[in-house]
Design a protein around this ligand. Structure first.
Ligand code: G
Ligand code: G
Ligand code: MN
Ligand code: NA
Length: 254
């Protein structure tokens, strides 16, 4: 059982870490982006995954200072890879509802970008479909203010919420991330293949780019290529890795 107070201490004691998962071009294999994923390095329990503590962080409001730490750490890492000449692709950060609802979110982000030196064009925000659909008008306004800074906006876990793509398209968004649950069985289940293919085609016709999540096999990747899904992410290419491990990988690619 994780208590709110433990989370507060974890933040004070700097026990949060980010792992990073590459996003790749389906054709060239080139790294086109990185997603930052939060973990808690617990002194007794080891590495705790976010599902175990983010709900508590959200309920308690602690997700706001934790999220601020995530944003700073991810931007600082992206800037470090840029100046080292290792990677110049955008860093994607997941935002929770509480963070998204902060009235001064765009100003907070602008100040993190300024402090870390990362250009706004190298930061992407991932927001789930259900998050932005809670209050569509308000979301649209917040997203416009973020876009005005130069950020990229991705809709995460796409397909699991209740929005229609046409409705969502009225938001100033750049890309869709097709939820892993739709990608999982595309090789064996014709219905899943049809759904994935339809999402990709519709996204293209609305000029959104598409990322397939949770790609684990070459057979899945080959279908995604066939369907012109531009970008993929998943264990096939890499698990989320600690910063140092990804730095080593990027050095090895030079
Ligand atoms: O990395 P993993 O597959 O365990 O992530 C599980 C869930 O936690 C995903 O839904 C992911 O979006 C979410 N998550 C990971 N890192 C963060 C973060 O920094 N902030 C928020 N709000 N959610 C995150
Ligand atoms: O909800 P979000 O898309 O942010 O969650 C990303 C989560 O998916 C992370 O926790 C990450 O560890 C996990 N993940 C990434 N790639 C794969 C994969 O290929 N297979 C599985 N099972 N999980 C993955
Ligand atoms: Mn995500
Ligand atoms: Na997702």
């Amino acid at each position: 059982l994780i208590l709110e107070n433990e989370l507060r201490l974890a933040l004070e004691r700097k026990q949060f870490v980010l792992h990073y998962q590459p996003q790749l071009d389906v054709y060239s294999g080139e790294i086109t982006g990185i997603e930052a994923l939060l973990r808690w390095q617990h002194p007794q329990h080891g590495l705790v995954p976010p599902d175990r503590f983010i709900p508590i962080a959200e309920d308690s409001g602690l997700i706001v200072p934790i999220g601020d730490w995530v944003l700073r750490a991810a931007c600082a890492q992206a800037h470090a890879w840029r100046v080292a000449g290792l990677l110049d692709a955008p860093m994607a950060v997941n935002l929770s509802a509480r963070q998204f609802d902060q009235p001064d979110l765009p100003e907070q982000i602008a100040s993190v970008l300024e402090a870390t030196g990362l250009p706004a064009t190298r930061l992407e925000l991932e927001l789930t479909e259900s998050l932005v659909m809670r209050e569509p008008e308000r979301s649209s306004d917040t997203l416009s203010r973020c876009k005005a800074l130069g950020l990229t906006i991705a809709i995460d876990d796409f397909g699991t919420g209740y929005s229609s793509l046409a409705y969502l398209r009225r938001f100033p968004i750049d890309r869709l991330k097709i939820d892993r649950s739709f990608i999982k069985d595309i090789v064996d289940e014709p219905d899943d293949a049809a759904i994935a293919q339809a999402i990709i085609a519709m996204a293209h016709s609305l000029r959104l780019n598409v990322v397939a999540e949770g790609v684990e096999s070459d057979a899945q990747l080959s279908l995604l290529r066939q369907w012109h899904c531009g970008i993929y992410q998943g264990f096939l290419s890499s698990r989320p890795l600690p910063g140092e491990a990804l730095t080593a990988l990027l050095r090895g690619m030079k």
